[in-house]
Design a protein around this ligand. Structure first.
Ligand code: ATP
Ligand code: AMO
Length: 434
């Protein structure tokens, strides 16, 4: 690693080498300044033209914005400098010259369209408010991992190239696997169940899921990060408890450890972790409440999936996170268990943020014969899933779990307008590179 001092650590009274990007050049005539930026902050470099070697002044001030330079010199206190310290250079090295024509302005003085930003992520990330989102994203994932560990869940990774889909046939990306048809995995669903059914019992995975979503919306990605949990000897209510704990843990960690980033994003005042004890409404209550808001042109009837406007109306009505439980079996996948007393009713649940769905989950069908019958009811060929169903013949405990959309969690937590802002290199219908 290059021997250098972070700008934030440069102590007055010492000589230091600082290195980073040229944030700003201010030439006032006899005196000129470079504001040098690195990951830790910024520092002023002072060029007093009459008192310094001409070559040094020429090299330093000839540089273009966003070039990478290294400066060695004495660090002094200077109240007029932005951070109260400045460096008087003895040497300046241009490490990497930047083309003066920048595709976007990292100082943020000129706004850029999201697509320009995404095409130039390296420059975009030089803006503190963009970097703050990804620092917070990392903190959320750290906190989620830690909470799962506290729950004695083991982190797993499962294949992303698979033979069968689980979440609906139209959303699969087909690929060719040595001449055979294969798919990009939509969810670690079946794998996490197979591992929960070994005596590992509790597992979690944070990994990519692939969905050939038809629509280009502000809350769908074609490659998203799913935060999955599966626990043996758990029912749907236990899985809801875990989902809630994980979401609250993410908020609490951000509140506790990301004060500077929240400040940068202008959220420091209003940011608050939600209280535990999210309300749990049954699907039936949910449609009644949506109908009562009068926001929909047509009344919902039992069996309908909830339209986006319905979710919004209910979100406004409830005003915070909430669960919708006991969905009609028909609109939940084959692996979700039905209630004993009523086969029309499933143990499936969703966790909602007022703006959108965050989580789906439920108790799983762990009885072999019922599971196989469920495939047939949903028009699926159980033979294709034999690798999965056969393990249900060798001692499969009751189990439950959920999938939490990582980017949706980040997006709702930070109030981002577009889910693409929560991913470094998003994949959508128009975007396959970078
Ligand atoms: P000129 O007269 O040609 O502008 P000069 O060398 O006389 O050059 P100064 O009058 O010392 O320059 O300063 C120019 C401007 O820069 C002033 O507004 C001053 O407040 C500001 N300035 C001077 N030194 C510093 C410093 N170390 N940090 C921040 N601002 C400074
Ligand atoms: P589901 O399909 O509801 O459930 O997905 C779980 C959660 O993942 C997020 N999500 C997405 N986020 C962004 N873009 C997408 N295209 C996208 N698709 C899904 C959502 C959603 O709530 N196997 C079940 C989970 C389970 O039962 O354990 C599943 O995949 O936040």
């Amino acid at each position: 690693m290059q021997d250098r001092t972070y700008t934030a650590d440069a102590e007055p009274g010492e000589s230091a080498t600082v290195a980073g990007w040229v944030h700003e050049i201010r030439d006032l005539g006899g005196i000129a300044f470079i504001i040098l930026r690195d990951v830790s902050g910024k520092i002023q470099i002072k060029f007093e033209k009459d008192e310094m070697d001409d070559d040094l002044v020429e090299t330093g001030l000839g540089v273009s914005r966003e070039s990478v330079i290294s400066v060695t010199g004495d660090v002094e206190e200077e109240p007029r400098a932005p951070t109260g310290v400045e460096v008087t250079p003895e040497s300046v090295e241009i490490i990497s010259d930047a083309d003066p024509e920048l595709p976007l302005d990292p100082s943020g003085k000129v706004d850029a369209e999201l697509s320009t930003r995404l095409d130039n992520r390296t420059l975009d990330l030089r803006k503190p408010e963009v970097q703050a989102v990804f620092t917070i994203r990392a903190e959320i994932l750290r906190a989620v991992r830690e909470r799962f560990r506290d729950l004695r869940a083991t982190e797993i990774t499962t294949p992303k190239i698979v033979a069968t889909g689980t979440e609906g046939g139209t959303e699969l990306f087909p690929i060719t696997y040595f001449g055979e048809e294969a798919f990009m995995n939509q969810s670690p669903q079946l794998f996490k169940q197979l591992i929960a059914g070994s005596n590992v019992e509790r597992v979690f995975e944070i990994g990519p899921i692939f969905r050939a979503e038809e629509h280009n919306t502000p809350r769908h990605l074609n490659e998203a990060t799913s935060i999955d949990f599966e626990g043996a000897f758990c029912d749907q209510s236990d899985a809801m408890d875990v989902a809630e704990e994980v979401v609250v843990a993410a908020y609490e960690a951000v509140a506790e450890n990301c004060a500077d980033e929240l400040e940068t994003l202008g959220l420091a005042e209003e940011f608050e972790a939600p209280d535990e004890g999210f309300p749990r409404l049954s699907y039936e209550e949910a449609i009644e409440r949506i109908n009562a808001t009068g926001e929909l042109d047509e009344q919902l009837v039992w069996g309908d999936d909830l339209p986006t406007e319905g979710e919004k109306a209910l979100g406004d009505d409830v005003g915070g996170h909430y669960f919708i439980t006991d969905w009609p079996s028909e609109i939940k996948p084959f692996y979700i268990m039905d209630h004993d007393e009523d086969e029309q009713l499933s143990t499936g649940f969703d966790l909602m943020h007022p703006r959108m769905e965050l989580v789906s989950g439920g108790q799983r069908e762990h009885r072999h014969d019922e599971l196989v019958a469920g495939f047939e009811q949903q028009g699926l060929d159980p033979d294709q899933f034999e690798y999965y169903t056969k393990m249900f013949k060798y001692g499969m405990p009751p189990h439950a779990g959920f999938g939490l959309g990582g980017e949706r969690l980040i997006m709702t937590l930070l109030g981002l307008d577009n889910i693409r802002e929560a991913v470094l290199f998003p994949r959508d219908r128009q975007r396959l590179s970078p």
